[in-house]
Design a protein around this ligand. Structure first.
Ligand code: NDP
Length: 450
């Protein structure tokens, strides 16, 4: 049975949890098929069969007490997927939709993303079905402490170094780090995305969003397209990645006109007010509807008024689009709307935000399409810079981190372009990223033996 037949078992199994994992796996397997065909060494070493199964999945109970003295129970996970290139590395997600399948998809993607950075980091992901929304600061702290009381047994600066993701920012990383320190008595770089005062890297919060823009600038340049300066850009999401994508776009003179959360979309034709967005989402943690109180000329479109089968953000005509919220948020209908409205490039800030049908539409219409594992690798790259700073007890300046981030994103882009050319799929960044990411991990696995 071929590995693709093997992969199809997931589809037949109708296992809802594993659908996103199957989707991520299928994309990689299709991209690397020509490489597997031309170089039999990977088949001889059963690399694909070994790569699609995580090294281990740790699943645990998290018991904590809420502000009403009620005992609550959640499930925690850490999927340690592959450490051929370095310690396991990947974020923690706190969201009610988290389950083993979602974390397997994210951990699998993380292997290739981390490989593409050229840095010594393996792939992992973790999190919990805990919903931080509506919880008090104290409840967040209680949950993070309880979560770490199990997780600490499985991580370490040379073993596995988690970071943030959806629902996990500097506040949560701070509480997790505090608990780890209390349990182990060890003050070490076991988490990244820490606040600056206790070992965080400058620019880690900005890294993913800024990196997406750096990647897009390089891609447009290499493809002979006009730069982003003065161009309308649309962005989904209103979290860490979206905010910093918008911020960097403004800094380079582009016009980011949208953002969204799970309830609705803001369309601000004059350009999104980043300071206001940060105040609403990072400080007050309120809905986007409040944006209109300060910016009455902007428009709020609630989810109920979205086009059928589509998303309001992708209905707005733009030069470049940046999906930065969550997986499978951009459908085929959205892709057709973007193409119809003259969009030239799509860069994935979120992980796997475009459905396979949407990607197919972008590729067949020769849209410059930057897949997540290449375009959003800036976050994990700066996380690795944080590990380096912690290990050497150094502090890098904002300028130094920014310069390294920019160079890293440019190099990833060039690596992807050259790999695509080498394998006869010029201009296809999906295949280029998957082949380049796979090859490095696979070669390391062969060198390390079974
Ligand atoms: P945040 O929690 O900071 O923000 C997530 C944003 O997406 C929020 O605005 C949230 O809205 C929205 N969102 C989440 N789920 C949904 C949904 N089902 N439908 C509509 N909107 C939704 O997360 P991040 O910005 O950190 O992460 C966003 C994406 O980027 C994720 O795919 C993540 O894996 C990826 N990523 C993040 C990195 C990082 O450094 N943080 C690094 C690389 C990738 P609401 O608040 O209403 O839920």
């Amino acid at each position: 049975m071929s590995i693709l037949d093997e992969a199809k078992k997931y589809e037949r199994a109708d296992c809802e949890q594993d659908r996103v994992f199957y989707q991520a796996m299928e994309e990689v397997l299709f991209s690397i098929a020509p490489l597997l065909e031309s170089d039999k060494i990977y088949a001889r070493h059963a690399i694909v069969d070994r790569l699609v199964v995580p090294d281990r999945v740790i699943k645990f109970k998290v018991t904590w007490m809420d502000d009403n003295q009620q005992i609550r129970v959640n499930t925690g996970y850490r999927v340690q997927f592959n450490n051929s290139l370095g310690p396991y590395k990947g974020g923690l997600r706190f969201h009610p939709t988290v389950n083993e399948g979602v974390l397997k998809f994210l951990g699998f993607e993380q292997i290739f993303k981390n490989s593409l950075t050229g840095l010594p980091i393996g792939g992992a992901k973790g999190g919990s079905d805990f919903d931080p929304k509506g919880k008090s600061d104290f409840e967040i702290m209680k949950f993070c402490s309880a979560f770490m009381r199990e997780l600490y047994k499985h991580i370490g600066p040379r073993i596995d170094v988690p970071a943030g993701d959806i629902g996990v920012g500097a506040r949560e990383i701070g509480y997790l780090f505090g608990e780890y320190k209390k349990i182990t008595l060890s003050y070490e770089g076991v988490l990244t995305g820490k606040p600056f005062m206790f070992g965080g890297s400058l620019m880690r919060p900005e890294a993913t969003g800024y990196g997406v823009v750096y990647f897009t600038q390089t891609m447009l340049d290499m493809e002979g397209k006009e730069s982003l300066k003065g161009k309308i850009c649309t962005i989904s999401g209103a979290g860490n990645v979206a905010i910093h994508t918008i911020e960097k776009l403004k800094q380079i003179g582009a016009i980011p006109v949208s953002c969204s959360d799970s309830k609705g979309t803001i369309y601000d034709a004059e350009g999104i007010d980043v300071a206001l967005l940060k105040e609403l989402k990072n400080v007050r943690r309120v809905s986007l509807t409040e944006y209109l109180q300060t910016r009455p000329n902007a428009k709020y479109i609630p989810v109920e008024e979205y086009p059928k089968g589509g998303h309001a953000v992708w209905n707005i005509p733009c030069y470049a689009a940046f999906p930065c919220a969550t997986q499978n948020e951009l459908t085929e209908i959205d892709a057709q709307n973007l193409i119809h409205n003259g969009c030239v490039s799509v860069s994935e800030g979120a992980n796997m935000p475009s459905t396979p049908e949407a990607i197919e539409a972008f590729l067949s219409h020769k849209i410059c399409f930057a897949p997540a594992k290449a375009a959003n690798a800036g976050g994990v790259a700066v996380s690795e810079f944080e590990m380096s700073q912690n290990a050497s007890m150094q502090r890098w300046s904002f300028e130094k981190v920014d310069a390294r981030l920019k160079t890293t994103m440019q190099e990833i882009c060039k690596r992807v372009v050259l790999t695509a050319k080498d394998y006869g799929v010029e201009g296809n960044y999906v295949d280029g990223a998957n082949i380049a990411g796979f090859k490095k991990v696979a070669d390391a696995m062969i060198a390390e033996g079974i």
